[in-house]
Design a protein around this ligand. Sequence first.
Ligand SMILES: C[S@@+](CC[C@H](N)C(=O)[O-])C[C@H]1O[C@@H](n2cnc3c(N)ncnc32)[C@H](O)[C@@H]1O
Length: 366
Amino acid sequence: MPDKAKHKKLPPLFVIKATMGLRNFLVKITKGMLPANFVMLEEASAIWKAKSIEVAAQLNISDYLEEKPLPISQLAALAECNEDALYRMMRTLAGEGIYKELSDKHFTNTKLSKAIQTKEDSVKYFVMHHVGVNNWDLVGDLLNCVKTGENAITHKFGMEPFEYLEKHPEKNNIFNKAMTETAELSGSIFLNAYNFCNYKKIIDIGGGQGHLLAQILEKFPATEAILFDQAHVVGDALNLLKQNGVDDRCSIVEGSFFASIPPNGDLYILKNILHDWDDSTSAEILQKIRAAMLPHSKLLLIETIIKPNNKPSFGKFIDLQMLIGTSGGKERTLEEFTKLLTEAGFAFRRVIENATPFSFIEAVTN
Ligand SMILES: C[S@@+](CC[C@H](N)C(=O)[O-])C[C@H]1O[C@@H](n2cnc3c(N)ncnc32)[C@H](O)[C@@H]1O
């Protein structure tokens, strides 16, 4: 992982919150001044922005523009595209500030377009997962999901979401890379927001390819860890741990959290796990972890928390993702988390917010 990504400096949380508040306020004022029908058309046209970004990511456009601006003819040849069609997509993206069009149909990267380059510090695969082959058909099934409460994967493909990924290695690969990218994105912020150094043995349940643990272990040399996830997910984890020079302090355990949980951890992390499951299944997972814990162990949920207000939030979008893509999974309010925890034998301790949309919810055994 490049050093630049690890040590990315962000403004303090209150500055970020104030700036976002100001942005939302200005957007609201602008929309209020324009005719509603016009604003609504503009809102619904966001589909073209999202899909064009994903197609640009798939075509590696930002990689081709890495060295210097290119004419559309050369870009089309490199990306094996129809020149006129690619130009129309590129000028749309340039209009949205994603790329920049120079004279004579030449295009260049911007700070934004570099975020979908093929490199470690990127969100290319997240974009491809979110708006591309993994999700596009599922989003199209939203009407049925809203009418029935059924998820799109089961409705369209007749199987459970994680079973679907296991049976589709290409999609599973994009999904795992997307999860790794989001872990990388938030990792350095998490390390500064929580005292992971207080724990000798940390167990990440459903920890994906081990990205969060790799970052924790690299920063805290006295800590040991266990990465626990399904066999088809942890396949590449050892390489990642080796790259970070922490493989000697991290065991990889393959398994299902419905069967058994590695015991005796000082800290159990569940990052973006409970949002995949309905309340009764989440309770089952929590109870299994509770049974594996020592009296002094702590539990750390890392999830978005839905706030009772009318503000825009990333968590509300992810909640729709859970609606279409999981069997009963959802983003939760703090009350809902506290209820789940209490019913599974935990005592809620505190919430720690940070600059990402994901909050820490700390709990202890009751
Ligand atoms: C949304 S991803 C989160 C991954 C990682 N914690 C992160 O935040 O990047 C959910 C994870 O749960 C894992 N998972 C799903 N079912 C599981 C099971 N029965 N046992 C263990 N892990 C499971 C998936 O393989 C996947 O890595």
